[in-house]
Design a protein around this ligand. Structure first.
Ligand code: GTP
Length: 308
């Protein structure tokens, strides 16, 4: 995700994805940047999209003319997805004609350099983009992250949920929604004190976050000890796997809780899936997941309940 601990990041930690169908060009650019940032190279726009699915880079540098999908088309596609809409894309073009420059800006590029590449200009432009990205990420972390747990906050959910849903509709892909809540947390606070309660929240959220494997997965703290997990492009089976893993992860933390019948801190989870082709709205699905959560509580806690 983009809101990892950016405060501690420097340009050397940034990831730059370089896209070009010419091996020589890739080699030149990667060599020019090797002491500046972490570089990854791919030969096509489709490989670049696949690389972004695994881990979002901080900057994409792409050739314009490539077989299959052009650099412009790649950039336009990235702009459409909420996860990559803000990802800076820099073009490397063979021409600096007025028309070519217009096309780069219209496609959503943040800068372009012309071939043959001028080494110092190229390095400085990349450096500028990365330092700008670090500042933006830091600002977003401050605005959208819950300070106690490092999860996204309610404000993030209110702002971004509509675009995550829109993306699911555009792709006609399911969006799994899981709501979980710590069991007997009032008793935990009463027994161990509020500071221990805070520490428990932090440990739990950190462990759950590390269990969410895809860059587009989200952990959001929606209330005191209630969290929402959003899993785009995830069907029931996949979401069940993630939810069971969350139950195991939390139990595996083995945080002592004398006043729970389990002897340690556990969570209950409610799961529901949003399908764009069906009539239920995202609000219905959230309500459904919330109902399931209460069902999981009523059925004994430390378990998953899901909508039919
Ligand atoms: N330490 C700490 N406690 C919090 C925080 N936010 C909410 N809580 C506490 O979480 C507790 C939630 O209690 P309840 O809603 O009764 O739920 P519960 O005791 O977990 O019971 P069940 O959910 O039914 O298992 C309350 O005591 C809140 O004060 C927080 O940021 N830090």
């Amino acid at each position: 995700m983009i809101f990892e601990q950016n405060a501690a990041r420097s340009i050397e930690d940034c990831r730059v994805l370089i896209v070009d169908d010419q091996e020589t060009s890739l080699l030149i650019m990667a060599t020019l940047l090797e002491d500046l940032a972490q570089c990854e190279t791919v030969n096509s726009a489709s490989d670049a999209l696949a690389a972004c699915e695994k881990q979002l880079p901080d900057l994409i540098i792409t050739d314009v003319n490539m077989p299959g999908m052009s650099g412009h088309e790649l950039c336009q596609l990235l702009r459409k997805s909420p996860e990559t809409a803000q990802l800076p894309v820099m073009f490397v073009t063979a021409s600096d004609s007025d028309e070519e420059q217009e096309k780069c800006w219209q496609a959503g590029g943040v800068d372009f350099v012309t071939k043959p590449i001028h080494a110092t200009t190229f390095r400085n432009r990349v450096k500028f983009q990365l330092s700008h990205k670090l500042k933006t990420d830091l600002l977003e972390t401050l605005i959208y992250t819950d300070r106690l747990t490092g999860a996204f906050n309610r404000h993030y959910m209110d702002e971004r949920l509509p675009s995550i849903v829109k993306e699911a509709q555009r792709e006609n892909q399911p969006l799994a929604v899981a709501i979980f809540d710590i069991d007997y947390f009032k008793q935990y606070n009463d027994q161990y004190g509020h500071m221990a309660g805070d520490s428990c929240l932090w440990k739990l959220a950190t462990a759950v976050r590390q269990n969410l494997m895809r860059p587009m997965d989200h952990l959001i703290r929606v209330g005191g000890e209630e969290f929402l997990v959003l899993l785009p492009r995830t069907e029931t089976e996949g979401a069940e796997v993630v939810c069971h893993r969350m139950l195991e992860t939390v139990s595996g933390l083995n945080i002592a809780h004398q006043r729970s019948e389990f002897g340690h801190v556990t969570v209950s989870i409610g799961l529901s899936i949003y399908h764009p082709a069906q009539s239920a709205t995202i609000e219905d699905v959230l309500l459904q997941a919330d109902k399931c959560l209460y069902q999981a509580k009523a059925s004994g806690r430390n378990q998953l309940a899901q909508a039919d």
